[in-house]
Ligand binder design. Structure first.
Ligand SMILES: [Zn+2]
Length: 139
């Protein structure tokens, strides 16, 4: 699927959270920014966290946590952006396997979540996780 104006705005939101978090000035934290828009039209963002001793998480985790904290779980579209310090460019990256699984377990409705995988393409979560485990944490 091609990207919409809203998708491009979401990419900018993910880039902006990287810029904003850079003032915290930590190693390996804030390199990836994620932004999602819920089915209700609300936007949540998060950055990757990287601490020593294997402590950390992806930007998507933080965005999803923020969304849940605000009482929502249905994601219309999600994107993650990596800031490449070598060439100083932002690169849209597909979510890692854990994030794909988290999106799926959150709600079966998120099977149709649109995942932006590059600056010109998005796919549905079900295309990224074709043989998913059927578990969900939904009540
Ligand atoms: Zn991840």
């Amino acid at each position: 699927m091609k990207l919409t104006k809203e998708d491009k705005m979401l990419i900018k939101k993910a880039e902006n959270v990287i810029v904003k978090s850079s003032s915290v000035n930590l190693i390996d934290t804030g390199d990836v920014g994620a932004a999602l828009i819920t089915s209700n039209g609300n936007i949540f963002r998060g950055v990757s966290l990287g601490f020593y001793c294997g402590i950390g998480s992806c930007g998507e985790y933080q965005a999803i946590g923020s969304m849940i904290s605000d009482g929502e779980k249905y994601i219309k579209t999600i994107v993650a952006v990596y800031y490449n310090k070598k060439n100083r460019k932002y690169e849209v990256i597909p979510p890692c396997g854990k994030c794909r699984e988290m999106l799926h377990q959150l709600s079966k409705k998120n099977w149709d979540t649109e995942v932006i995988v590059s600056k010109s393409k998005k796919v549905k979560l079900k295309e990224l996780l074709p043989y998913a485990w059927e578990g969900t944490i939904e009540k």
